[in-house]
Design a protein around this ligand. Structure first.
Ligand SMILES: Cc1cc2nc3c(=O)[nH]c(=O)nc-3n(C[C@H](O)[C@H](O)[C@H](O)COP(=O)(O)OP(=O)(O)OC[C@H]3O[C@@H](n4cnc5c(N)ncnc54)[C@H](O)[C@@H]3O)c2cc1C
Length: 365
């Protein structure tokens, strides 16, 4: 009897609302779709394999496989194309004013990225970016994190005659990984004639479509036919500041979670992926692990299982990260060494884990 009460009426599925259809949210929605009444709320109609999204800028047809409509893997769930703006004790509220009642929420709102709503628009955007690259002689990339470095690598390998300048305000590239990997990357980029300028920045407000001359903070002038701004994307947590979870945000705007990936002090609200305060590198393969742990725990809770039986997530300390450098090479940080060249390239750069990720989503590679 007790178990029946916890499950609601026998045969009635519990309502799970997933906030965000990125790496973590899409996967948890997929894992739960046949066990619960799942609603996925995302401003885009698709899930995009983020770590592969620079390749279509040099090869637009590559975009077809990495932009996956939510309806292709979420065949037994509801998709609401909108942003969540509020959460109360009983409902999730969307930007259009829709109230979605819930029994469980999984927050996976990661980073804010103003991407177009439909897959067609996103593929058109890749084509437009590719046109910009092909018609330019000189290209300025602002930002030397993974996005700026991977983009520089893609362009330098596919278009070796373009003049590429990469401006980064930090004293080294790829600050999220170790110094050795950063130094090897700098050397590699310079060997491909990418002009890397460290400890300088470009005033982003001076960037316009028609502009061709840019000043760096050190007074250097850069001529460029086109510019790509690859500075980090902000966390999507501002919307949480007026919700019942406002006190669960840390000073960086990340949601504080317990070992079972529930928001601290909440039994039925989970958080996964980059939005969490878990002390580890923010990586998609770890966000996928979070999705698996949260799905297991929600299934257990829905079945009235004991809290002590819940799966726990242990923060990763491996530091494993691979940054692609064009089609064949990459720089990798493993637990005890860093490596650059074709060996890590074989691991990531050929298909950028697209086949593996699609399989995880239950789709053909
Ligand atoms: C260039 C680059 C290369 C990378 N390479 C790798 C790699 O090789 N391997 C790896 O493991 N990781 C890699 N990463 C990191 C990886 O992409 C992130 O860790 C991963 O995307 C985090 O997933 P997430 O689901 O937490 O957030 P995100 O992927 O940021 O997804 C968040 C989702 O939430 C949605 N959203 C935001 N706000 C709201 C709201 N209010 N309401 C509803 N929806 C909302 C967004 O639209 C988005 O769909 C790379 C990242 C970059 C930038």
């Amino acid at each position: 009897m007790k178990q029946q009460q916890q499950q609601g009426l026998v045969g009635e599925k519990r309502r799970v609302v997933v906030v965000g259809g990125g790496v973590a949210g899409s996967l948890v929605a997929k894992y739960l779709q046949f066990n619960a009444d799942v609603t996925l709320v995302d401003p885009k109609e698709y899930f995009e394999i983020t770590w592969a999204s620079l390749r279509p800028m040099v090869e637009p047809s590559f975009g077809e496989k990495l932009v996956i409509n939510h309806k292709d893997y979420l065949t037994n769930g509801r998709i609401v194309t909108s942003s969540v703006t509020n959460i109360t004790d009983s409902d999730v509220l969307t930007a259009e004013g829709r109230l979605i009642p819930y029994d469980y929420i999984v927050i996976a709102s990661g980073h804010k990225d103003p991407l177009p709503q439909t897959k067609t628009e996103r593929l058109d955007q890749f084509k437009a970016e590719n046109d910009k690259i092909t018609s330019a002689q000189s290209i300025l990339i602002v930002g030397g994190g993974p996005t700026g470095v991977e983009l520089a690598g893609e362009i330098a390998v596919d278009y070796p005659d373009k003049k590429i300048t990469l401006v980064h305000k930090g004293s080294r590239l790829l600050e999220f990984i170790g110094l050795k990997a950063a130094e090897k990357t700098l050397k590699w980029l310079r060997s491909k004639n990418v002009d890397v300028k460290l400890e300088q920045y470009v005033d982003l407000s001076s960037i316009s479509d028609g502009g061709k001359t840019y000043q760096t903070s050190s007074g250097e002038t850069i001529e460029a036919d086109c510019v790509f701004v690859c500075t980090g994307k902000p966390l999507s947590s501002a919307w949480l500041k007026d919700t019942i979870l406002k006190d669960n945000l840390d000073e960086h705007g990340r949601l504080m979670v317990d070992g079972n990936l529930r928001v601290k002090g909440r039994e039925n609200i989970f958080a996964i992926g980059d939005i969490t305060d878990i002390h580890e590198m923010k990586q998609g393969y770890l966000a996928q692990e979070h999705a698996s742990v949260a799905a297991k725990n929600i299934k257990l809770s829905m079945a009235g299982g004991k809290e002590s039986k819940m799966a726990t997530y242990k923060a990763s300390s491996s530091g494993l990260a691979i940054v692609s450098l064009g089609r064949k090479e990459a720089v990798a940080q493993f637990p005890f060494t860093t490596m650059i060249g074709c060996i890590p390239g074989v691991m990531k750069s050929r298909d950028l884990f697209v086949g593996k990720t699609r399989k995880k989503m239950g789709l053909e590679a």
